[in-house]
Ligand binder design. Structure first.
Ligand SMILES: *Cc1c(COP(=O)(O)O)cnc(C)c1O
Length: 850
């Protein structure tokens, strides 16, 4: 029979053990092996079953606890670990040291994300985006950033995947019980839960309580609408991640963005934490936070334009996908409905703000659509893509927001993603090279070949065990009998070249490219001398039947009795599975349609364990493949027929395997060691490893985005918002005056042959003065269409006053190339000290074409 209700009876911890609760509730244990070992000591079997300290403490019997309460050795370990955690949390680390050395650093940073993948124990993530956010928090903790995470607490998180008997994806939604999770409710001085509220149409109010997870030194606030103050429908706002329709989704994003800022204010008020001055939107889902921040300032008396200047100065926006369908967009009518304008046009959702202004922030080419990414860019002075290639693709993709500028001048930068080393590097490596990330690269360079290879063998063998265990469990779940599953005991071979492919079953990732020529793959898998084995995993979105069909196609292929020992599909790809496959696979395969993979991080986690990447030159691999750390699968990018493109790229993949990867792996010396393979593993660990770390990423974010944003914020708010008011006034004046700005002509006067060219431009500034603008000479090689590429920009100076036509003359001397077809022009740009770059406002004037 099924229980009507479940609850957990907790045995109070004996006094000497109370620190166990502290260690269990700080997610630092996720990347601290000594703390994990302490929990394992309490009950090895319970620990092996759950790997979850909170659950373990809930399930352990009191006799064992009483025993430990008298175990001096255990108590010493506990005390030492507690002290270590306190030191870890309070030591200044990199950020504190930089600040102490006099660098201007933000006093606080808020990081908003729809999902956070920190550990399988807290299942509020679906995949790459969430795990990246989790790794961001962990690295921010290690580096000592004063960062606060903001997200949603989902009752059922993302779905758990299993397979039907015939290989079709099934979804389950287990309910998260906050009492069994490392969370505490944010409460006020009277111990009452703190809630935030949001007005939604029909006079209704959405309430949310706030769970706090602690990730090392970083608090993560998670809003939860499942409380009695809400009606039944609103309780379900945070039921699932990426689960509902557009209406459900927009309510979640309203809660994340608007509710998130309100929750943050409550948290700061109650705990006295430093007020964040920089706000980071991890993808467009969090875009409403900008509107809420504008509202706060307007309500406090600042005018709308100045408020927007403050918010822009201190918002950072990161875009995560070049796939147009992946951009978060809503029907404009739906957004308008939630903005809920009153008779005066003021939004009831964001009281004090005109609904029309907010709608404008999300406008795009399609007049019926509200684009969350566009709102992110418009309310964020600084923005980035997540690899160099993705930065370039994003500059093209969003160029329309900065009309008049070539794509390479669009102010979207890039910070290449990274992964948290302490989370993803398998233990045997850390035992060999120690726990200092800064010295690991050098330590790998010194390790004997034998140790490197032994560790790779050991990790592969552990993966084989895990594959057998999971394949057996999955077979049982699919309804196969024990007798039918006998083969799983011999599934995979610890000595065989092991290739991994695990990722969402999104079309562009091409889960089934490897099956393009099934006979050829079959031959590779069953080669009597030099076989390969393949582990495949990944979830399809519940509404994506196409993706499920791809999974089924793979599953069916794996069921061929002649192949099933060498290829397996493991259901329910999540962090707990990922850990094993990244560590154990020799080769990490990735074959997206270039350039659709914004970054990709699974290959980085494989590389941190000495896996060699075999990948299309997309995302991070495009900038980090160096010929010795893996293989680049050539892509047939110009080929528009996608079937032919798949054929060509699959052919390239098979040939690389046959001619390079397999011979290298099986090419052994007299002692059985694959020398050349091991050299690539070493190179990967020592040279590539340090570049893919989340600590590198978070430092980059701090240097390139957070610290400059904090400076802009200070400049905007100082002297009662003088800077913001000045910038807002300037912007209004500039926008009004811009139509009259023009370059009437450019004259050249070659003084000394072709070496130096004096250029003079006649510039009409209308109501603007020379102080308001920058005038540049633009010089460069010119193609057949007259386009200047890679221009050299030279600032021109005003010479003399305005002429009778009211034009100002600007002049400079440029130095053309020694040869080739060269051209020049000039342009006028806005200039204000609080603009991050000249292109920022999307305004520029060129001379009319002759
Ligand atoms: C790293 C990771 C991902 C993201 O990997 P991609 O290379 O971006 O596809 C997805 N799921 C899990 C469980 C991961 O650990």
């Amino acid at each position: 029979m099924k229980a009507f209700r479940r609850f957990t009876v907790r045995v109070p911890l004996p006094t000497p053990l109370v620190d166990l609760a502290v260690l269990a509730h700080n997610l630092r244990w996720v990347w601290h092996t000594a703390t994990q070992d302490l929990f394992a000591t309490i009950d090895p079997a319970l620990w092996a079953a759950s790997g979850d300290p909170v659950r373990l403490l809930a399930e352990i019997d009191s006799a064992r606890l009483n025993e430990l309460a008298e175990d001096e050795e255990f108590l010493t370990r506990l005390r030492d670990l507690r002290t270590e955690l306190d030191t870890y949390r309070s030591a200044p680390q990199w950020f504190g040291k930089e600040a102490a050395a006099g660098r201007a650093m933000p006093q606080g940073i808020a990081y908003f994300s729809m999902e956070f993948g920190i550990t399988e124990v807290l299942p509020i993530y679906s995949g790459g985006l969430g795990i990246l956010a989790g790794d961001h928090l962990k690295a921010a903790s290690d580096l000592g950033l004063p960062l606060i995470g903001v997200g949603l607490f989902y009752r059922s998180g993302y779905f758990r995947q299993s397979l039907s008997h015939d290989g079709w994806q099934l979804e389950r939604y287990p309910v998260n019980d906050p009492g069994l999770l490392p969370l505490s409710l944010l409460t006020d001085a009277d111990d009452r839960p703190v809630t935030v509220t949001i007005s939604i149409p029909g006079g209704r109010v959405l309430h949310a309580q706030i769970w706090v997870a602690t990730v090392g030194r970083i608090p993560l606030l998670l809003l939860d609408s499942d409380i009695p103050a809400n009606d039944d429908e609103l309780r379900l706002v945070t039921d699932r991640l990426y689960g509902g329709d557009q209406d459900h989704r927009i309510k979640q994003e309203i809660l994340l963005g608007i509710g998130g800022v309100r929750a943050l204010r409550e948290y700061v008020r109650i705990t006295g934490a430093a007020e964040p001055t920089v706000f980071h939107m991890n993808e467009g889902h969090a875009g409403f936070l900008g509107a809420e921040r504008v509202r706060e300032l307007v309500v406090s008396g600042l005018d709308l334009d100045s408020a927007e200047s403050v918010v822009r100065a201190s918002n950072v926006f990161t875009t995560h996908t070049p796939v147009p369908a992946g951009i978060d967009r809503f029907p404009k009518d739906l957004v308008s409905y939630y903005l809920d304008a009153d008779d005066t046009g003021s939004s009831r959702l964001l009281p004090g703000l005109p609904a029309g202004t907010i709608l404008e922030l999300g406008s795009e080419g399609d007049p019926g659509v509200f684009n969350m990414a566009h709102m992110g860019f418009r309310l964020g002075q600084r923005s980035n893509g997540v690899s160099q290639l993705h930065g370039a693709v994003s500059r093209e993709m969003f160029a329309g927001l900065w009309p008049g500028f070539d794509a390479d001048e669009v102010p979207i930068g890039s910070v290449t993603n990274g992964v948290h080393g302490f989370t993803w590097v398998a233990r045997p490596w850390r035992e060999l090279v120690g726990h200092d990330e800064d010295s690991a690269g050098a330590a790998y360079a010194e390790l004997p070949d034998g140790d490197l290879w032994k560790t790779r063998q050991q990790l592969r063998a552990q993966l084989v065990d895990e594959v057998r265990r999971r394949a057996h469990a999955s077979g049982r779940e699919r309804g196969f009998s024990e007798v039918e599953l006998g083969w799983t005991a011999d599934l995979f071979d610890p000595g065989v070249l092991t290739i991994g492919f695990a990722r969402r079953a999104a079309t562009y990732k091409r889960l089934t490219l490897m099956l393009r020529d099934p006979d050829r793959l079959r031959r590779l898998l069953t080669d009597p001398e030099r076989p390969i084995q393949l582990v495949v995993a990944g979830k399809a979105h519940p509404a994506d039947d196409g993706g499920k069909a791809l999974i089924q196609q793979v599953v069916r292929f794996t069921e061929d009795p002649a192949l099933r020992n060498r290829i397996v599909f493991l259901p329910d790809y999540d962090i707990s599975m990922a850990r094993h496959i990244y560590a154990g696979c020799d080769v990490w395969l990735n074959n997206p349609v270039r350039p659709m993979e914004a970054c990709g991080t699974s290959g980085m986690k494989s590389a941190l364990n000495g896996g060699l990447n075999l990948s299309i030159l997309d995302g991070w691999w495009d900038e980090m493949a160096d010929g010795d750390n893996g293989w680049a699968i050539p892509s047939a990018e110009g080929v528009t027929d996608e079937h032919r493109r798949d054929d060509l790229e699959a052919e390239a993949l098979y040939s690389l395997l046959e001619n390079s990867v397999i011979p290298l792996f099986y090419g052994r010396d007299d002692t059985g060691l694959p020398e050349r393979w091991v050299a690539m593993v070493r190179h990967t660990l020592s040279v590539l490893g340090p570049k893919v770390l989340a600590s590198r990423m978070v430092r980059d974010y701090t240097d390139e985005l957070y610290a400059p944003a904090a400076l802009s914020y200070t400049a905007a708010v100082a002297d009662d918002f003088a800077g913001a008011r000045d910038l807002a006034g300037y912007r209004a004046r500039l926008t009004a005056a811009w139509p009259a700005v023009a370059i009437a002509g450019i004259d050249e006067d070659s003084e000394s042959g072709a070496e130096a060219l004096q250029l003079t431009a006649q510039v009409a500034l209308g109501d603007l003065s020379p102080d308001d603008v920058t005038v540049q000479a633009v010089l460069g090689r010119v193609d057949d269409d007259g386009e200047i590429s890679h221009p050299i920009l030279t600032t021109m100076s005003p010479v003399g006053g305005a002429d009778t036509a009211g034009r100002t003359r600007y002049a400079t001397v440029v130095h053309p190339y020694k040869s080739g077809v060269v051209g020049y022009t000039a342009r006028v740009l806005p200039s204000h000290s609080l603009l991050a770059v000249d292109a920022e406002l999307g305004l520029v004037a060129y001379p009319a074409a002759p």
